[in-house]
Design a binder for this molecule. Sequence first.
Ligand code: GLN
Length: 514
Amino acid sequence: MTPEQMIRLTALEMAEHLRAGTLTSVKLTRAHFDRIKAIDGTAEEGIHAFLHLNEAEAMAVAEQVDAIRASGGPEADELHPLAGVPIAIKDNIVTIGQPTTAASKILEGWMPPYDATVIRTIRAAKLPILGKTNLDEFAMGSTTEYSAYGVTRNPWDLHRAPGGSGGGSAAAVGAFMAPLALGSDTGGSIREPAAFTGTVGAKPTYGSVSRYGLIAMASSLDQIGPVARTTADAAALHELIAGHDPKDSTSLHTQWDTLLEATKRHDLSGLRIGVLQELQGPGFTDGIWEKFQETLDMLRKAGADVTTVECPHMPYALHAYYLIVPSEVSSNLARFDGVRYGKRVVPEGGGTVAEVMAATRAAGFGDEAKRRIILGTFALSAGYVDAYYGTAQRIRTLVIKDLHDAFEHVDVMVSPTTPTVAVRLGDQLENPLTMYLNDVVTIPANLAGIPAISIPAGTAEHGMPVGLHIQGPAKSDARIYRVAAAIESLVEADLGKPFYDLAPEVPRVQGARS
Ligand code: GLN
């Protein structure tokens, strides 16, 4: 098999080849690094999905997996099914031995003293970690343009954004630089980039995957989840990383061992699918809305029962989110003070502790982080807390109740993942309010803690990918994967090939990447 063929396999196919001995992890991991070096480039050219490459360590893990397999002993039987399959990690998940920056200057060069629980799991399962991927600073944004280290470009069109905040992970997977990646989703940061890059991204039920070692953005909403090119690959990765963790006080005790199995049953007959009354037509571009109607027709033909459901408070979810998030952000980001972590800026001639903190935070945080810290501090301040934060929390409760009631009538709800296809780089940079609107579909799932996934449904304006968003009640993750896999197979049958095979070839970069 050539390296070009290897990188285009699904993660589960790679795993199968590794088990069968028809591929080694060393060759597979090498093929991915070669691909990264050929196309990823830098902030100036290429995709720029990676902020840091972890080549020596990843190759060592690959060698170890191959040696264990070659030995054929009991250790080989105990290897995790995904052992030897490389993975990329969003750079807001802490990793020993690799810098973790959350794409912020305030953490430039910071080497974490511990591993996130998901990283411990991935190391124990022996997936070579390719490196750390770009994001909007502290995961705040929808385009990856708010990274302090330069933009990531969409592999489908280098003039467009890969979505955000997890644009790096999505672009890496979409451009065959990694078969799997981890993202984090606070309001859509896994799903929106998946929609923009033609990949699959899932936000698990809140508490399914440990948040220990995820640099907190808004703790009541943050959730780590899988990024992949197929639903089954995403389910396999989700199964690996899910499970109770005593180090995360919001971690659930639920079992998550049927997710991959669920992707093997492709039956939609009798499934009750809801379309939200409040998320109809206007607001979505014509191309997106047309594609969505085609998808609904396809679902009806496959025997699903498509009905309209109402969630009257849904129009307020976005507003509530953009008060709750800055509030939690202002509190979570207080720890970056020039004393405990990363950067420290001392004013000329020295200064008091408060002056050092102020100088550090002024220099270390970018515009969007500052905007949210200021907004959040205001929303939580005495005299305003009830009017702003309190009202937002009351709306959150109403949104949760709306969704709960709607799921009495339907098994899942579907919609397009985003109002538009991938935006052009620069288009939303000057106006955060238009950027915030990108998240109108994805946010309610975070407010309610329910699982949701985005899968490619086809293409629309400019030939760019369109995401289909599927969400279900809390802990219905297996159902979400089952429905997503069934729809994915319909889309594939319609196209005559897997969606990811439509991705255009990415030009090679000139400059070398280290
Ligand atoms: N775009 C959203 C925001 O900026 C979502 C971010 C996320 O999910 N991390 O808040």
